[in-house]
Design a protein around this ligand. Structure first.
Ligand SMILES: CC(C)(COP(=O)(O)OP(=O)(O)OC[C@H]1O[C@@H](n2cnc3c(N)ncnc32)[C@H](O)[C@@H]1OP(=O)(O)O)[C@@H](O)C(=O)NCCC(=O)NCCS
Length: 220
């Protein structure tokens, strides 16, 4: 278990930090079951992850709150969600497909599953947290999140995240999170694309209708 780091100084990131922080995200997320599922080919993974995390960081800087440390060894991308997020604009899907190429279906599925099961109550969403692999397990991640949690505590707001392994789940439990029902990423079945054609005469392509996952009813 890591002793909490007292020497970590945290500041808000800016676009001047982009190159370094994209690299931290790529290296921190490079290994593990989610990376193996998203981009099984190791030769492709680094290039795809660079483009994907550049997009994610840009989005965080423009629309969320990005924290880093003074040495830029860590990054956390947060989004205030005071009301349910609007569906992603079509430009986002185009940018995602451009960044991830032939792996786009898995990235799209991941984002869709995360969106579908996102809590609707006001909260702040931790989309990504990463510490440079050579700096991990020294208390930096806990310090980075702790600083943001203190602000949320002062505002009386909850936080939400998706933990991608039992190991980092343990960290979040220590930081005061409670685990909810997990999601399982489909690994071997084919993907089914739900399609929608809008009414005749509409000016442009119709948006896909909003649907909610239905809770399963228990048999009485
Ligand atoms: C998860 C992460 C942000 C934690 O930051 P950190 O500075 O290493 O963490 P701290 O030193 O504050 O706390 C240590 C705890 O973090 C977690 N942790 C540390 N290294 C980890 C790693 N490579 N992968 C997953 N969790 C890790 C563990 O719970 C660890 O406690 P343990 O040693 O008792 O198992 C960082 O390890 C990381 O970037 N991991 C890879 C990317 C990732 O999994 N991000 C989170 C996605 S939900």
């Amino acid at each position: 278990m890591t002793a909490p780091s007292t020497s970590v100084t945290i500041r808000r990131a800016t676009s001047a930090d982009t190159v370094r922080l994209v690299s931290v995200l790529v290296e921190a997320f490079f290994d593990g079951p989610v990376a193996d599922w998203l981009v099984p080919d190791h030769d492709d993974r680094r290039a795809v992850y660079h483009r994907y995390f550049a997009l994610a960081l840009r989005h965080g800087l423009d629309h969320g709150h990005v924290d880093t440390t003074t040495d830029r060894s860590a990054v956390a991308i947060w989004y205030p969600r005071h009301e349910p997020a609007p569906s992603a604009p079509p430009e986002h899907q185009a940018a995602l497909e451009a960044a991830t190429g032939r792996y786009a279906p898995k990235f799209t599925l991941l984002e869709a599953m995360f969106d579908a099961f996102h809590p609707r109550e006001p909260h702040h969403y931790l989309a990504y947290v990463a510490v440079s692999p050579d700096q991990q397990s020294r208390g930096i991640g806990a310090a980075l999140l702790g600083s943001y949690h203190r602000r949320l505590d002062a505002l009386g707001l909850p936080a939400y995240l998706e933990a991608s392994s039992m190991r980092n789940r343990r960290l979040y439990l220590r930081l005061g999170y409670r685990a909810g029902p997990p999601l399982v990423l489909p690994t071997s079945g084919p993907m089914i694309w739900r399609m929608w054609r809008g009414p005749a005469g509409a000016a442009g392509p119709a948006a896909f209708p909003i649907t909610e996952p239905q809770p399963r009813r228990r048999a009485r």
